[in-house]
Ligand binder design. Structure first.
Ligand code: ADP
Ligand code: MG
Length: 607
């Protein structure tokens, strides 16, 4: 026999091909989330165990699949999203290569449950090694649930290649955040090892950014929005003060797809030039919308890199849009808007489109002027509310202004409602209505309690150690190495807020005592949750470890929405709230109550 070439069996060919698409649990997370988005879901839940190594499950309420489609979906190159090569240039969906499910089915055990809204009964399919091992009708909710179990169970070499749970979880969080950020109108949740890590209600982009990057961003974002015929840009940039030493919160999306681009990143960085330290990185979440025919997303199997038809225009556009935003909000001085000379000479920039187009575009965009008014690219309307030359002094001024405003407001409130509240009513087990002689206050019970606990904890813990109660049956806590390292780092501060924890070797800790006013019984869970929340906070550099812990603990211990309160409890809560130093806002910056004064109520009714 001299001929030695053979065709590989399907399942081996699939396993090899899968290597490109599914490298780690996070790759499956990305693909499954994107499929749910493509299916038009409004609610997407991600569940992982063991950093996705044992389970990655995505549940959506999208359009589901028919019985035949459910089977077909796992074939290589099976897709409902493109039909011919032309379609490749008009892609509006996240997926189109028809490889993800086939790849997942080649390297993991898969269970699928799916039902279309118009069907009464759904389909259940179990797949292993690319083979369907079970298929039956099933009762299930509308939409699709796909579980990927024991990734690489049949490719041990790949399995050994996976990193620690902490590292793989980090990758999953990154992918989850990228998809969740791109679709704020969709509800997303993430549960890891039974603990909820994210619960992101549908809302605006701004709300989503705050949900993900933290409340401290609320007042520190500048909106970016420019529309032209060629492309649009929309999103937010962090004010210079939010710049970080690590390249953390930087997100670029092109047609809602997260992309990595050092080139575009550079465009934003240079727009921030001289406003932030050389070695720090601005935060941004920017969405570019462009005709799909102007880009090629098919350059990489994971579609995180794309090619632009004309990269230079995009660069100039992004840079100008960011500078424009900074200038409009008086963050940057509005000088120095010269576009790079090469870019000005580009046809698309120096020549207007047709006259007609030009009219519509110029009406809506200053940026267009910066593109077309040759040699006057610095033309940006000056924001006449600010004569300040330098953003720093602007900040100082505006922040002190704000303080006095707040103080004024607080004074008003306290003088207007000096009398004691007389009655309390609970609404939806969430709000407390406290009536006064001249109106009422609507108090949010959870936010109010967070404020009370926060001040209580900070007053005690910043000065002296908080009281501890000994646990009767010391619980042991076994953590991943990354979490154990974090725990070790936090021991001192945990001790200060009343936890008494002893390291026991091998990533194990014994809980000897808990803060005096923390309910005992599930201290183990409470601590795990605390660590999880702490990680959530850990990008907030400006808070000390202790401050972060106190914030986590206040949130964790606060009474929640949905809890019924007695008259006495409501009274205590409201009284304690108004004994606080800053009763009107929660530690994370939300209002704790809203005033309804009598004259305001009368005005509402035209009296
Ligand atoms: P692609 O997304 O590139 O089309 P996939 O392998 O990810 O390829 O999915 C194959 C097909 O399976 C999709 O085109 C779609 O028709 C169907 N599909 C996958 N996931 C879902 C889902 N969550 N809901 C409805 N249909 C889905
Ligand atoms: Mg897909």
């Amino acid at each position: 026999m001299t001929d030695i070439i053979q065709l590989l069996p399907d399942n081996i060919a699939n396993q090899i091909a899968a290597g490109e698409v599914i490298q780690r649990p996070a790759s499956a997370v990305k693909e499954l989330l994107e499929n749910a988005v493509d299916a038009g879901a409004t609610e997407i839940k991600l569940i992982i165990t063991d950093a996705g190594k044992s389970l990655v499950q995505v549940i959506d309420n999208g359009k589901g699949m028919s019985e035949t489609d459910a089977r077909m979906a796992f074939e290589r190159h099976a897709t409902s999203k493109i039909k011919n090569i032309e379609d490749l240039f008009h892609i509006k969906t996240m997926g189109f290569r028809g490889e993800a499910l086939a790849s997942i089915a080649a390297v993991a055990q898969v269970e699928l449950k799916t039902r279309k809204p118009e069907n009464e009964i759904g389909t259940y399919i179990e797949i292993e090694n690319s083979n369907v091992v079970k298929q039956e009708a099933c009762a299930c909710s509308i939409g699709t649930s796909i579980s990927m179990k024991n990734l690489f169970f049949n490719v041990p070499a790949r399995r050994n290649f996976l990193k620690s749970n902490a590292a793989e979880t980090r990758h999953i969080l990154d992918e989850f955040i990228r998809v969740a950020m791109a679709f704020p109108q969709i509800f997303f949740s993430l549960t890891s090892n039974g603990q909820q890590v994210f619960y992101l209600e549908a809302g605006s982009l701004k709300q989503r950014i705050v949900q993900i990057m933290g409340n401290s961003y609320n007042a520190k974002m500048v909106s970016v929005k420019e529309d032209t015929d060629y492309m649009n840009i929309l999103g937010f940039i962090g004010k210079p003060e939010t710049a970080k030493k690590t390249r953390g919160d930087q997100y670029f999306f092109v047609n809602n797809r997260f992309i990595k681009s050092a080139y575009l990143n550079h465009a934003v960085n240079t727009a921030f030039e001289n406003m932030i330290a050389k070695d720090s990185f601005p935060s941004y979440v920017l969405f570019i919308d462009i005709d799909p025919s102007q880009i090629d997303i098919n350059v990489h199997p994971t579609k995180q890199e794309i090619k632009f038809e004309d990269e230079k225009i995009i660069y100039a556009f992004v840079q100008a849009a960011v500078k424009h935003a900074l200038a409009q909000f008086s963050v940057a001085p509005s000088l120095d808007f010269t576009l790079n000379a090469d870019i000005q000479n580009l046809d698309a920039i120096s020549k207007p489109f047709t006259e007609e187009k030009k009219e519509t575009v110029t009406a809506s965009s200053n940026l267009y002027k910066t593109f077309t008014q040759k040699n006057q690219a610095h033309f940006i309307e000056k924001n006449n509310t600010s004569e300040l030359k330098h953003w720093k002094s602007f900040f100082e001024k505006s922040s002190t202004n704000q303080e006095t405003e707040n103080q004024k407001e607080e004074k008003l409130i306290s003088s207007d409602f000096e009398l004691q509240p007389s009655n309390f009513f609970q609404l939806h087990n969430t709000y407390i209505i406290a009536t006064y002689d001249n109106g009422f206050k609507l108090v949010h019970q959870q936010l109010a309690h967070e404020r009370i606990l926060y001040e209580h904890y900070s007053n005690t813990a910043h000065n002296k150690q908080m009281p501890t109660q000994k646990t009767l049956f010391p619980a042991t806590l076994e953590l991943s190495s990354a979490d154990a390292a974090l725990m070790t780092d936090l021991l001192n501060d945990l001790n200060f807020i009343g936890y008494h924890i002893e390291p026991f070797g091998n990533n194990t800790f014994v809980i000897q005592g808990t803060p005096a006013d923390v309910l005992q019984g599930n201290e183990k869970h409470a601590l795990e949750l605390l660590i999880e929340q702490f990680k959530h906070f850990s990008s907030d550099i400006k808070f000390s470890k202790r401050e972060k812990l106190i914030r986590c603990m206040s949130r964790q211990q606060a009474i929640k929405e949905g809890q019924t309160l007695s008259q006495q409890e409501m009274q205590v809560l409201v009284t304690e709230l108004f004994n606080c130093q800053t009763p009107n806002i929660s530690p994370s910056g939300n209002p704790t109550y809203i005033d309804f004064k009598e004259d305001y109520l009368l005005r509402l009714f035209g009296k």
